[in-house]
Design a protein around this ligand. Structure first.
Ligand code: MLT
Length: 249
């Protein structure tokens, strides 16, 4: 079982993911928000690659039970219903709804992986649950760190390293490569205090400057939402345990 990490979605083209099992990480904040949305009872999340498409999609999709959500420069987009702060995604607001999500990096990274055999959504919030499931899948894994505007970011790479560390604890003979080993080293250095790391990384500093510091509390919490969201046919849904076959879904 090989594990590879793609440090920027721009490093490979969409077809690279064909028939592969992929995990997308954007801890500040897209994949953390997706976990929160499902924890608050969202029906599904539709990640999109542009604001225009989000607007068009919302008009005629899902019988009006849709919410337009997401950010531009960390702030809520004009005309949208919600921004990209986990705290906004409460049951009363989003329970049973379809979330159409546009974000600068995370939603685009998910859409870019659409040709994968399976795309899973990970953050620190579902770290152990995701590690268990990937080992259960027993297949080669591509981890995409969403990064920032196509460039490497620290927080996603450390989350990838933390995920690989958990997987290694479950299966010691994982086949790793230089980039995966480098992410383990970064996690060794910064993983003991995720909250501090997030406050000091570039995107964390930007969130603080934009008055969104409280989001870091939620996004740096480990294993508080043991759920497995996965992307299928343009929508992200929740993996339901009893539907999980002997091997990968
Ligand atoms: C992203 O996709 O880049 C992030 O989620 C942006 C953010 O929420 O600040």
């Amino acid at each position: 079982m090989k594990v590879n990490i793609i440090l920027s979605p721009n490093n490979v083209d969409d077809l690279y993911y064909t028939a592969k099992t992929t995990v997308v990480i954007d801890v500040l904040r897209a994949t953390s928000v997706i976990l929160k949305a499902f924890d608050s009872g969202a029906k599904e999340v539709v990640p999109v690659g542009s604001i225009d498409f989000a607007m068009k999609f919302s008009v005629n999709a899902h019988g009006g039970q849709t919410l337009l959500c997401g950010e531009r420069n960390t702030q809520m987009i004009e005309g949208f219903d919600l921004g990209n702060s986990p705290a906004e995604y409460t049951e009363d607001k989003i329970g049973g709804k379809t979330i159409i999500l546009f974000t600068t990096n995370g939603s685009k990274a998910i859409v870019k992986a659409k040709y994968s055999k399976r795309v899973y959504i990970a953050s620190f919030n579902n770290l152990s649950k995701m590690a268990e499931h990937l080992i259960h899948c027993d297949t080669d894994i591509e981890i995409i760190t969403s990064g920032a505007h196509g460039v490497f970011c620290l927080e996603d790479t450390i989350c990838a390293g933390a995920l690989v560390k958990k997987m290694k604890e479950l299966k010691s003979d994982l086949e790793l490569n230089d980039v995966t080993n480098a992410s383990l080293v970064l996690n060794e250095k910064f993983g003991h205090d995720i909250n501090k790391m997030m406050r000091e990384c570039e995107h964390g500093v930007l969130l603080k400057e934009n008055g969104l510091e409280s989001d870091i509390e939620f996004c740096s919490t480990i294993d508080n939402i043991p759920l497995i969201p996965y992307f299928i046919g343009g929508e992200i849904k929740l993996l339901v345990e009893e539907n999980k076959p002997n091997n990968e879904i």
